[in-house]
Design a protein around this ligand. Structure first.
Ligand code: ARG
Length: 561
């Protein structure tokens, strides 16, 4: 139950609508004053009265006998609402314990299909730490949309088109051995690619050879296509392992090459609508009036471009999925590209261009030196994950040497740390990934949350899951947990509206902190029967909610730690 919503619906304040009141309702600085507060200062102008007087009036007309509200007071221009704590506790626990792994889910997205493009790795290029954010932010948004009832389509817009594949074929034919590549996978392919660049610096003609091979792929030359398909297969096998570890899934793998035969109609339409102009031999859409450089549609040699494929892809997605929204989880370095092709679609008269969203995020670098993809100096995501798992394993062995299933647990903890590390900050911020920070059991980390879950699990194992419980007086530490628990659905909504999975990560840390305070301040297993049952129910509800939060981020919860 959304308590804030309930209060907003009952408040009468001048001409304000329920939604306006809802967004004005704030949390008072301390719970002694109340649980929600409505500031009346903004109303003074339109209502031509002093805020203190308005607060008195709003208080006066609030329905007496609302079972949810224990007290309404007007103080210094604020109307404060104190919720009946026992009522709040009963409602919240009742809802969580009956809905369980569906707690927080809704069907608000019914009938509104959302396309979410993320990860979008490049064939035969390393899956490096730079792809981490797109992958985990996108995956969390996908899970979140599904949880809130939106039919969702997860799309991996593979980078599987471009002259680099000509280079790769040339390099493979010159220096590659089939067995080495089979064995080495992506890394071996990348080594070939790096070698090509080194050699091409000495011998210009290599570039012509590469261009010729690329042309062969385009002309569907059997051998070249087969090689390319093989590179693709090797890449997908390697990235598939990472996706499995991160619990990342896709419904569509339609990459850039999928749109090759879907571009001509777009180019024709642009021409028909008078949007194409020639400039230095290239075909462009002029965007000067919008303060942007032109969007290049066809190069002077007739080759299509990244933007053209994106135009075709956007139209294809609209026609195929009839989306309500279409998201692109892509680094902010590509801000201009997205602004440009969104604008072109708008100029083409696609009214749905307004439903396209570039969900931009910042850079990830490692504390031990920033990554560089050129010259083969890359940090493979696989290695980062591996290192986290190993580190988790040594911490666990030290803390709890007799723990069973250590390896499995270390994997869940290590992978969780990688995901959480990439998710915890507002997505637009650049972050520096630190192994010590993401695996700090006392920090704002997934292992702290997982450890709290293990603690709750052990309490429940000893005390038995809550059979029945009654709610008596609710202590402040208990109430803090209850309140936090009841905010889960609104947090999910907020995370979805702002495309910020970090809200869910922070929520989980907050809840874990509040639960731990309660755990240290209040006895559970040795409490009187009534309190004991209530506290067990509170523990179970916390565990359920923490698990739901982590699972939306793709993070598992070990039973014991
Ligand atoms: N493959 C590209 C890269 O790694 C990202 C693709 C972004 N998506 C798009 N629709 N343009 O940079």
């Amino acid at each position: 139950m959304d308590f804030k919503r309930h209060i907003a619906a009952n408040i009468k304040a001048g001409e304000l609508t329920e939604d306006e009141i809802y967004s004005m309702l704030a949390l008072p600085p301390n719970t002694e004053m109340g649980d929600f507060a409505l500031p009346c200062f903004k109303l003074a102008k339109s209502m031509r009265k002093a805020p203190a007087l308005i607060a008195e009036e709003i208080k006066g007309v609030y329905p007496a006998g609302d079972p949810l509200v224990a007290e309404v007071s007007a103080v210094n221009g604020y109307v404060n609402f104190k919720i009946d704590r026992a009522f709040w506790a009963k409602e919240t626990l009742g809802e969580i314990l009956s809905k369980r792994e569906r707690y927080g889910a809704s069907d608000e997205g019914k009938g509104k299909t959302v396309c979410i493009e993320y990860s979008s790795v490049n064939i035969a290029k390393p899956f490096h730490i730079g792809h981490l954010s797109s992958t985990v932010i996108g995956s969390a948004l996908y899970k979140l949309h599904k949880f809130l009832g939106y039919p969702s389509v997860a799309i991996n817009h593979l980078g599987d088109y471009g002259t680099q594949f000509g280079k790769l074929i040339s390099a493979y034919k010159r220096w590659g051995k089939r067995e080495d590549i089979e064995k080495g996978g992506l890394r071996a392919l990348n080594a070939l690619y790096v070698r090509f660049h080194e050699e091409a610096e000495k011998d210009e003609s290599l570039n012509d050879e590469a261009r010729a091979f690329f042309k062969k792929i385009e002309d569907k030359d059997e051998e070249s296509v087969a090689l390319f398909e093989w590179f693709k297969e090797l890449t997908l096998k390697d990235v598939g392992k990472i996706y499995d570890m991160l619990d990342v899934h896709f419904d569509s793998w339609a990459g850039e090459s999928f749109y090759i035969d879907k571009m001509q109609p777009v180019i024709d339409e642009l021409r028909e609508k008078g949007l194409l102009v020639e400039s230095e031999g290239a075909q462009i859409v002029d965007l000067e009036a919008y303060g942007m450089p032109p969007c290049i549609i066809l190069r002077s040699d007739g080759a299509s471009l990244y933007a053209t494929r994106d135009l075709a892809a956007a139209i294809y997605r609209k026609e195929t999925y009839d989306f309500y929204k279409s998201l692109y989880v892509v680094a902010y370095q590509q801000n201009l590209h997205f602004k440009q092709f969104f604008k072109v679609l708008e100029l083409m008269g696609k009214e749905w261009a307004k439903d396209l969203v570039h969900v931009a995020y910042g850079m990830v670098s490692l504390e031990d030196g920033s990554m560089s993809t050129r010259r083969g100096k890359v940090v493979y995501l696989e290695d980062v994950i591996q290192k986290c798992v190993e580190k988790a394993q040594s911490i666990i062995s030290e803390k709890n040497p007799s723990l069973e299933n250590k390896e499995e647990i270390a994997k869940t903890v290590g992978v969780g740390a990688v995901i959480f590390g990439a998710l915890y900050n507002n997505k637009i911020k650049d972050i520096t990934f630190s192994y010590d920070k993401v695996l700090n059991f006392e920090g704002e980390t997934s292992c702290y949350v997982q450890y709290t879950c293990a603690r709750a699990n052990s309490v429940l194992a000893k005390g038995g899951a809550a059979k029945g419980y009654t709610v008596g007086e609710v202590l402040p530490q208990e109430f803090e947990v209850i309140k936090q628990l009841s905010e889960f659905p609104a947090t999910l909504q907020d995370a979805l509206d702002k495309y910020e999975p970090c809200f869910i990560a922070r929520y989980a840390v907050d809840l874990a902190q509040k639960y731990n305070k309660f755990y240290f301040d209040c006895k559970i297993l040795n409490a009187e029967e009534e309190e004991r049952n209530f506290r067990l129910a509170l523990t179970e509800a916390t565990l359920i909610t923490l698990k739901n939060a982590l699972s939306l981020l793709g993070i598992g919860v070990p039973e014991k730690m």
